[in-house]
Design a protein around this ligand. Structure first.
Ligand SMILES: Cc1cc2nc3c(=O)[nH]c(=O)nc-3n(C[C@H](O)[C@H](O)[C@H](O)COP(=O)(O)O)c2cc1C
Length: 418
């Protein structure tokens, strides 16, 4: 039986050429046993008729936020609650931009804001529109909301151009809907757990205008924070510079340097049950950052020597703290990844370590995707390349399975004392 059997799927259709393919998608989804309601943008009528979609979905198609019959019972909220998953296919560049800004200008955009459902976006458009930095930035923003962005297919387009932007086949869209979400068991482990996550890079000042940093985007840590928050954990996010925005329920503390991060982690650590150190913390800082901008040619020598001193190891210091949370570390390696990660886990006394190979540009730093290996006492699990949001789901599921007993003990301890 398909996981979609009995699921309520809301299909949002916006005004891309590929909208003409959606009746076939609706039929394929119904063949999986899903219940389908269709919501169209006003412009999508140019490419596909509501009559065809009503016939294949078995339900009237909704396209009007101001429909007096539906809105008498707050139809947009009802639909937002009804859906287990929302798939927008095709999603126009316009729709992606509006969602990234949190606009609520029609029925579809409004119910996307109102819903708790998993939202999947299948952008489909001319390759130039797709590759435009504005569209890419907007898609990256949607990922930070926890939306799943389904990569478009590459090939010949309706406009005659060649490149990325084609709507994937119904089978691929169905496969994206058919992903496991966090299992009930993992949700029950995470619910009411006090979780602290560090994310992003740190910046180590050289002088008032220059710093040493790294390529970490913070998206993997942020995604873990969002998934844990959605599962009912009380999440504290310690974010280095440039980490994108997060949900309002997450307690977020922005920091700049490794020393700042170390200080705030220990200030807030007392009640933490699970600490996940994802941040790419600089190992070294400049021993004496200059108070004024360092000028060129201040000496006869062509060299500028910077003396670096070691920063505190934040993850190891959390392990050594009196609070003894369950600690999961992340390791970014460029060679002998597994060997180094196994050694690091043992040396630091971590419950588990998650390692990725950042020498592969298609994963890790600055990529929307990641591939990782989770290593704990008696298990090593490889997670193949997938979006950082999906990876966050998988890793928290794994943490809940492997470390569930320790976490339950910690949680019952602090719940009793509340
Ligand atoms: C013939 C034609 C084809 C279009 N195809 C696409 C497309 O495939 N993807 C896209 O993002 N926009 C496409 N557009 C532009 C959108 O239809 C336009 O941005 C519209 O305002 C989107 O409305 P909506 O997002 O509310 O549905 C096309 C426009 C025309 C006239």
């Amino acid at each position: 039986m398909s996981r979609l059997t009995g699921q309520n799927i809301l299909l949002g259709i916006t005004a891309g050429v590929a909208a003409y393919k959606t009746p076939a998608l609706v039929r394929a989804l119904r063949a999986e046993g899903a219940e389908i309601n269709v919501v169209m943008s006003a412009n999508a009528h140019k490419f596909v008729t509501p009559t065809a979609l009503q016939a294949v979905s078995g339900h009237p198609v909704r396209d009007d936020l101001w429909d007096p019959n539906a809105e008498a019972s707050m139809g947009h909220i009802e639909l937002a609650r009804w859906a287990d998953q929302i798939l927008i296919a095709p999603a126009t560049a316009n729709c992606v931009a509006a969602l990234a800004q949190g606009q609520a200008y029609d029925l579809l955009s409004t119910l996307c804001l109102a819903t708790d459902a998993r939202v999947l976006i299948a952008p489909a458009m001319n390759q130039g529109m797709y590759l435009h930095p504005a569209t890419q930035r907007n898609l990256a923003t949607l990922k930070t909301f926890g939306y799943v962005v389904i990569d478009p297919d590459h090939g010949e387009q309706a406009c005659g151009e060649f490149g990325p932007g084609r709507l994937p086949d119904p089978n691929d869209l169905i496969a994206a809907l058919d992903q496991p979400t966090l299992a009930d068991q993992a949700v029950s482990v995470l619910q009411d757990l006090n979780v602290m996550i560090t994310a992003g890079p740190t910046r180590e000042a050289i002088d008032p205008v220059r710093f040493i940093s790294n390529h970490s985007s913070g998206v993997q840590g942020l995604s873990l924070a969002e998934v844990a928050n959605a599962a009912g954990a009380r999440v504290t996010l310690i974010a280095g510079p440039g980490v994108p925005a997060c949900s309002a329920e997450i307690s977020r503390y922005d920091v700049t340097s490794a020393m700042d991060m170390h200080a705030i982690v220990h200030e807030l650590l007392a009640d933490i049950d699970l600490f996940i150190g994802v941040a790419a913390v600089a190992d070294y800082r400049v021993a004496q950052a200059a108070a004024q901008k360092i000028k060129k040619h201040t000496s006869s020598d062509e060299h500028l020597d910077l003396r670096l001193i070691e920063n505190p190891d934040i993850i190891a210091s959390v392990v050594d703290s009196a609070h003894e949370p369950v600690v999961v570390g992340f390791a970014a390696e460029t060679q002998d990844t597994l060997k180094h990660a196994r050694e690091k886990r043992l040396r630091k006394g971590l419950h588990a370590i998650v390692v990725n190979d950042v020498s592969d540009a298609s994963i890790g730093f600055n990529s929307p995707d990641n591939a990782t290996t989770f290593i704990c006492d008696n298990e090593e699990v490889f997670f193949e390349r997938q979006s950082k949001q999906e990876m966050a789901n998988k890793l928290l599921q794994q943490i809940a399975e492997t470390l569930g007993t320790e976490l339950a003990t910690r949680k019952s301890g602090h719940l009793k004392s509340e």
